[in-house]
Design a protein around this ligand. Structure first.
Ligand code: SAH
Length: 405
């Protein structure tokens, strides 16, 4: 196959003075590509002598065969992130095509949601790029050296397609350190926005794009919040409530709601969201959910519906055992306070904890709580966070809806 041609030089983000560098990969690196995975580890790089940090490089095997184009990092263990198997230049037009394709898919699966993930990195064949949309405001994350270099082009393309009011970067995330990139956040284009209010599942939510957790909200739970609403009734407990996503979505279906969260900033926005929607039956509690559940059980409090949406317990593979005992503990306490016939919506966003292991931890919690529990729905992240069949890392969220018999 012919080597890719030089991208046009007038294209600022792509301007190169030297021809595109080749990186030579091992046969195991080639196997990774053939298995449908976009990451090639440093141990499978044979020669990257000519490659600049963050450059788009062509991949060759020892026999000089062309395998695709990738973003190169000289720091991360993930040395190469495949962009395409094609040889046509991965230029601005190509990048724009990928972003437009991602946006077109959101018109199908997130049409009613003003806040959604527009580009989900590997899941949209744009490794290490996240673009979240909050109405006419956009938040981006560029999580590799290569995507960091393409950031100006991404901003331009978003401006071209959407004419946004604001584009914010939330690159204040620790993974950037693995790439040797600094943590930074701020407005990249347009107005500096303090707060944006958008609709989700028929309710209004305020987001703080510069200071909120993640890019402002937990967009991956949108469909689960809507699904959980079908089962809510009576007295609801929303544990790990953040800014009230579940609590407020389920409030109208419930008699009363107790929402527990340990972040004061999150609770501030939660109260604001409650006001925006004229909801009056939610009580916010600034507390640790583990302690709250223990005390609630001791005090004999009982709930008809419980939502558990904790932060990731296992950020690394080595933490899986500890994470599973955390899930066991949390779900045990919740099941003890769940009324017979009640529903438990329980989530895990730790990629390293498989759905099978998560189900196992909850089964053992149910046994310990002397409860018989049925699985009503086995759910995952919202569809605007695509799961690639050959990239297990793209499937991270588990959301089980359970019924206590
Ligand atoms: N359910 C939310 C997202 C929850 S994210 C939604 O749908 O939007 C997890 C939340 O748990 C974060 O807001 C974090 O501040 C909070 N948190 C983390 N540990 C906690 C603890 N031990 N007790 C209470 N809240 C906690």
């Amino acid at each position: 196959m012919e080597p890719p041609a030089q991208p046009p030089l007038e294209d600022a983000a792509y301007a190169r003075v030297a021809p595109m560098a080749s990186v030579v990969i091992s046969s195991r690196g080639v196997e990774r590509i053939l298995s449908g995975h976009p990451w090639i580890y440093r141990s499978d790089v044979r020669d990257a002598a000519g490659a600049e940090p963050g450059a788009i490089v062509e991949l060759r095997d020892a026999r000089k065969r062309f395998w695709g184009q990738a973003l190169y990092s000289n720091k991360s263990q993930i040395a190469l992130r495949l962009l395409t198997r094609e040889s046509r230049p991965f230029d601005r037009a190509f990048l724009s095509e990928r972003i437009r394709a991602a946006a077109a898919y959101r018109e199908k699966v997130a049409a009613g949601a003003q806040a959604h993930r527009l580009v989900a990195a590997e899941g949209d064949l744009l490794p290490s790029l996240v673009v979240d949309r909050y109405g006419d405001c956009f938040v981006i994350q560029t999580l590799s050296q290569g995507m960091e270099r393409l950031k100006p082009a991404v901003v331009e393309i978003l401006q071209e397609i959407f004419s946004p009011r604001s584009i914010v970067e939330r690159n204040d995330v620790p993974v950037r350190a693995l790439e040797g990139l600094p943590e930074q956040k701020g407005t990249l284009a347009g107005e500096t926005i303090q707060e944006v209010v958008v609709e989700e599942n028929g309710l209004k939510f305020a987001y703080d794009l510069l200071n909120g957790q993640k890019t402002g909200g937990f967009l991956d739970q949108r469909e689960n919040r809507a699904a959980a609403r079908d089962y809510a009734r009576g007295r609801l407990l929303d544990a790990f409530a953040y800014t009230g996503g579940f609590a407020l979505t389920l409030a109208r279906a419930s008699e009363s709601v107790v929402a527990v969260e340990s972040s004061a900033e999150a609770l501030g926005l939660a109260r604001r969201n409650q006001e925006l929607n004229g909801i009056t039956n939610v009580e916010w509690k600034d507390a640790n959910c583990f302690d709250f559940l223990k005390a609630a059980d001791r005090a004999g409090e009982r709930f008809d519906t419980i939502v558990l949406d904790p932060p990731p317990f296992a950020r690394q593979k080595s933490n899986v055992e500890a994470a599973l005992s955390g899930y066991h503990e949390l779900n045990l306490r919740a099941l003890k306070t769940l009324k017979p016939g009640g529903y438990l919506v329980t989530c895990s966003c730790s990629y390293h904890v498989s759905e099978a292991d998560f189900l196992g931890a909850i089964a053992s919690a149910a046994l310990d709580a002397h409860r018989t529990v049925a699985v009503v729905e086995r759910r995952t992240q919202s569809r605007d966070h695509p799961i690639l069949l050959t990239v297990p890392e793209t499937h991270y969220l588990k959301c089980l809806i359970l019924r206590a018999l």
